[in-house]
Unconditional design. Structure first.
Lengths: 652, 410
């Protein structure tokens, strides 16, 4: 009894549900376009989708999404549309498309699943994009824009254009407008609109603009018999045998276009000859004679005459074929006006991009220069002021870097550890420098070449020591997170914060050096001892103490430079030797004994290296080679460096 | 000129005699002679050591006698090796290619053989074309000439530029080091035409001597190296013994004074620099067939600095000092880095000499520079009774590091 009652209740509910479903405006709308939806094809479906899209009904988006996902069902009996959920067996729960909840059950045999083909689905997708573009959720709108930018399609153009008016957010609005322009360039049917859009991008350095413009100028290489046909958008005509279009390439093009017979390659010819050896002869030519190209050609010609092998095109035939055909590059884009506008715009963009690249290169070069300056400033003190060659200078840089690494092992916070590492590195290398000066260098002050060798001995000992302690693999020195990332000016010009920090550090060092040398007692005494140790000593200055402190100062600065260099390069035991030659070059090119000279030297070497790398970007090794050669030649003309000391300060 | 060259330089005769005895002893003890007391690889090591002694001689001439601390002579050494290596590699590959192609049904054309050799040699750097520098690789005589010409021409050009602009002292050292670095970096590129990082390999297989066992080949090269060292020693001793030697020593001690006396200092320096570069090139050409492989790392500045280390430890300004230094230090290096020296347990730490040899070398180098500027060769002065003049602590000559023979003999 209860069973019947329940069944009756269910039937009643079904009727109510059906009534509701039929009543909803969405269902009505769908029913209006029922014929189109049932026989959906890419060509005809447009009005149905447009009606749904423009209906202004809140549920339209869900319907479109479900339709696209093949989750829209139709009841065969009355043609009404439902969403459906699978129940046990073959039964499905029907759900009202207008959000009216469950409207009963149906057997699968009574239902028809709508399965739009991929063309229709992409149209639905485009319509959906508009919903997303108009979504009240800002994040969703940005997501939709990202999706379009990643994978632009012609359908998006209209949707996007329709979504600009109501955009409240100025930033997103600007982005939408830009994207509409880009899509117009790629997909619009209206030539004037396209050209307008193309012209609007003149001088725009964005990567997206170039990405939209470049395909317009893509060419394919064509060959036709006779003259070039009219109405073809020709990029340029080609003559076989000119540069970058050899006769071989031209003939190969004819072959691939089936305009000329294949030529037999050397390897094929050889194989053909091998296959036709008869009694130690090929085509009548003895095998032993076949070690020249001429003999092989003769043998092959004989074989071809006999009909054993296919004939190959002779030189004369090749030339004739080339003469009777025209070769040209054809734009994929048919409209000449569009390609002209695109070319003009791209030229202006390239000029602008070139300027920006120059700016970017300048920033790069500046940062490289500041690294060289940092590495060389300690050397400028020991070598430039004291005249002591310290080949272990690079190892002091390495010691500084390893100090930073050890500090990071102890102090986990990167900001604090860097702040601790800088003075600690100075202290460690200062101590090492003083020890070295006391133990070795002061005995060799009058023997510069032997100082070079002794400090070199220390350098290899320290390097091996570092290898024994820290191992051969590179140790990381992690920069604090506020130094991550880069300062981005536009798509072309950017500079990482670490490089800016190193630049600032280099400036600070310049200031500190100038202050110590010009404004402190120590600086005064250092200058006095440098000029004339005996005279300075008789004035009550202790030259030993001054030499020790100066050497310590130079070494300590190397230690701090080590921390800075370690931040962007890996810390290895060879870190120092990578910089030592460049550092010496910097000091020598700049002019010994003058900090401004070192600065100029570092700037020159930095710019030079970046400039050479820019000319030959694939090869840093070559850049270094050429730079060193340039420096050797430069020394010819200014043997005392850019800024040469004059008078007594110059010494010898 | 009353006395003969040998009477004035008794050390030359002694040296030649010792070298001859040594060669004879090694020959008797080698595997090729049947006794097998010395393994073939050790004979090769000895042969290589003799080549290193030869380049140390050159270094002594340019540094110990002329006062130019060149940090580029191992680059000339390496260039010599590359020049002979090109022929060795080409000729050997050619014989292999010709052998494999002779099995084909149709005899190969000349061009096909060259192409196949190119593919074999340059396959590792992704190319098969012969770069222009290999133009003479098929001719042994041309490459032998290049062994002398290429280092000589480079030294001539570089020396002319450097000496002309009066670059001296440490500046010159750094400049030569830069030249070496530039050359090494250039050769490291794959498109330098000399197989980049891979270098040239298989050089121990001498073309045309495939049937001869390595034991014999190693002995032949040992003889050649010994002969070259003897001849080089004679030549260097002759160069430094006469008036020319006096002038270059004068340049070492006070360049400006020699210039004021009317000598063309630049000309002398350029000659010594180029001459020693040629000796270094020849030494390299004998060394690398014994080593079997050459790559740009061999040219890196560090190698030239080690050369200076050998000469300094052996004793500058005397030819036998350079030879002794190179022989002792390079043999010790081979032993220590080859793990032939037992580890030293200290209880709390075991010293692995493979790891600590460089530290030891570096420190002993510092000690030699500080306390024994005359090096090992200085020991001979004790024997001959030759002493430095007692000058009560005053400097020894204008360049206080230099050793002045006349005064020391008084």
């Amino acid at each position: 009894m209860t069973k019947y009652l329940l069944a009756a209740l269910a039937a009643l509910m079904l009727c109510v549900g059906m009534a509701a479903a039929q009543d909803s405006p969405l269902q009505t709308l769908m029913q209006e376009h029922r014929a189109l939806i049932e026989k959906a094809s890419r060509k005809t479906i447009e009005p149905a989708i447009a009606a749904l899209r423009d209906s202004g009904l809140p549920e339209a988006q869900t319907v479109l999404e479900k339709w696209q996902a093949k989750e829209l069902w139709q009841r065969k009996e009355d043609g009404l549309f439902f969403f459906a959920e699978k129940l046990d067996g073959s039964a499905y729960q029907l759900i009202d498309i207008a959000g009216g909840g469950s409207v009963g059950e149906a057997e699968k045999s009574d239902l028809k699943q709508l399965k739009p083909n991929s063309g229709v689905r992409s149209l639905i997708g485009a319509a959906l994009v508009q919903f997303q573009l108009l979504s009240p959720d800002r994040r969703k709108r940005v997501e939709a824009l990202d999706a379009i930018q990643r994978d632009p399609a012609p359908e998006h153009l209209e949707a996007l254009a329709g979504a600009i008016e109501e955009e409240p957010d100025a930033e997103i609005r600007a982005r939408k407008e830009r994207l509409v322009q880009l899509l117009t360039i790629s997909f619009s049917d209206d030539e004037t609109k396209r050209i307008e859009a193309i012209n609007a991008f003149a001088g725009d350095t964005g990567v997206d603009a170039r990405a939209a413009l470049n395909p317009l100028l893509a060419t394919t290489r064509e060959a036709v018999a006779g003259d070039i046909p009219d109405g073809v958008n020709v990029a340029n005509t080609l003559k076989p045998g000119q540069e970058e279009f050899s006769k071989e390439a031209a003939y190969d093009l004819l072959v691939t276009k089936d305009l000329a017979p294949r030529r037999i390659s050397t390897a094929d010819k050889r194989a053909a000859l091998e296959a036709n050896i008869v009694d130690g002869r090929v085509g009548g030519v003895p095998l032993a004679q076949l070690n020249t190209d001429g003999a092989r050609e003769r043998a092959y010609a004989n074989l071809a005459e006999a009909g054993v092998v296919p004939p190959t095109a002779t030189e004369a035939e090749v030339q004739a074929a080339l003469d009777t055909h025209s070769f040209y590059d054809r734009y994929a884009e048919a409209s000449i006006a569009v390609t002209d506008a695109a070319r003009a715009t791209l030229t202006s963009i390239n000029t602008r991009v070139g300027l920006n690249q120059a700016a970017d290169l300048t920033l790069d070069a500046l940062s490289l220069a500041s690294i060289y300056f940092l590495a060389a400033i300690g050397l400028a003190i020991t070598f430039g002021v004291m005249g002591v060659i310290n080949m272990a200078h690079g190892e002091f840089i390495m010691m500084g870097a390893y100090t930073g690494y050890v500090v990071q092992q102890v102090i986990p916070d990167y900001t604090v550890s860097i702040l601790v590492a800088l003075p600690l590195a100075f202290a460690v290398t200062f101590a090492a420098g003083v020890a070295m000066e006391r133990l070795v260098i002061r005995w060799l002050y009058n023997r510069p070449l032997e100082t070079l060798l002794a400090t070199f001995g220390i350098s290899i000992a320290l390097q091996q020591l570092a290898k024994n302690i820290f191992g051969t693999q590179a140790r990381p020195l992690t920069s604090p997170s506020w130094l991550d990332g880069a300062l981005v000016f536009n798509d072309v010009v950017s500079i990482s914060y670490i490089r800016i920090a190193i630049f600032v550090l280099a400036l600070i060092f310049l200031g500190v050096f100038l202050f110590i040398m010009r404004r402190t007692r120590l600086g005064l005494e250092v200058r006095a001892v440098t000029q004339n140790p005996a005279m300075a000593a008789s004035m009550g200055i202790n030259p030993d103490r001054i030499n020790m402190l100066t050497f310590g100062l130079g070494s300590g600065i190397a230690g701090i430079a080590g921390v800075a260099i370690g931040l962007y390069a890996k810390v290895t035991s060879e870190l120092g030797s990578d910089y030592i030659v460049q550092s010496f070059m910097t000091v020598v090119v700049g002019g010994v004994g003058n900090i401004w000279g070192t600065l100029l030297g570092a700037t020159m070497i930095g710019f030079l290296q970046k400039g050479i790398e820019w000319m030959n970007p694939s090869n840093t090794l070559a850049a270094q080679t050429y730079m060193i050669i340039f420096i050797i030649i430069f020394i010819q003309f200014r043997p005392r460096g850019i800024i040469a000391l004059k008078g007594r300060a110059a010494g010898d | 000129m009353s006395r003969s060259f040998f009477a004035r330089n008794p050390s030359v005769l002694i040296f030649i005699a010792v070298l001859a005895l040594f060669t004879l002893a090694v020959t008797m003890a080698s595997e090729a002679a049947g006794s097998g007391a010395l393994s073939t690889s050790f004979v090769k090591t000895l042969g290589k050591t003799l080549c290193l002694c030869l380049v140390a001689l050159a270094m002594d001439l340019v540094w110990g006698y002329t006062g130019i601390l060149s940090l580029g002579h191992m680059a000339f050494f390496g260039l010599g090796g590359y020049m002979i290596g090109m022929w060795l590699m080409y000729a050997r590959t050619e014989s292999i290619v010709a052998a494999s192609m002779s099995n084909a049904a149709i005899p190969p054309t000349d061009q096909e053989i060259v192409d196949a050799i190119g593919t074999q040699i340059f396959g590792v750097v992704g190319s098969s074309e012969f770069p222009p520098v290999w133009a003479f690789a098929d001719s042994l005589w041309m490459q032998l000439a290049l062994v002398v010409l290429v280092p000589g021409a480079l030294a001539l050009a570089f020396g002319w530029l450097a000496f002309r602009s009066r670059v001296t002292g440490v500046y010159l050292s750094i400049l030569t080091q830069a030249m070496t670095l530039a050359l090494a970096l250039y050769l490291f590129q794959n498109d330098s035409g000399l197989r980049g990082n891979n270098g040239l390999s298989g050089l121990q297989n001498i073309p045309g001597l495939t049937g001869v066992p390595q034991a014999d080949v190693s002995l032949w090269f040992f003889w050649a190296s010994a002969f070259a060292l003897g001849a080089g020693y004679l030549l260097c001793a002759w160069v430094v013994s006469g008036k020319f030697g006096s002038v270059i020593r004068g340049i070492r001690d006070d360049e400006a004074r020699v210039r004021f006396l009317g000598y063309s200092v630049e000309g002398y320096k350029l000659f010594v620099f180029t001459f020693t570069a040629v000796i270094a090139g020849i030494a390299g050409a004998l060394y690398y067939p014994q080593a079997g492989i050459i790559n740009p790392a061999e040219i890196a500045p560090i190698a030239s600095i080690y050369l200076a280390v050998w000469v300094a430890i052996g004793g500058r300004g005397r030819l036998y000092g350079a030879v002794i230094g190179a022989a002792i230090v390079s043999l010790l290096s081979t032993m220590f880095t080859g793990g032939q020296v037992p580890n030293l347990p200290l209880g709390f730490y075991t010293i692995h000499w493979v790891d600590w040899w460089q530290v030891l070398l570096g420190l002993s180098f510092v000690l030699v520079t500080l306390f024994a500027p005359k090096g090992i060769g200085g020991l001979f002065d004790l024997v001959t009774g030759r002493r430095s003049p007692e000058r009560h602590g005053a400097d020894l000559g204008p360049d206080s590091g230099s050793f002045q023979e006349k005064e020391a003999e008084e």
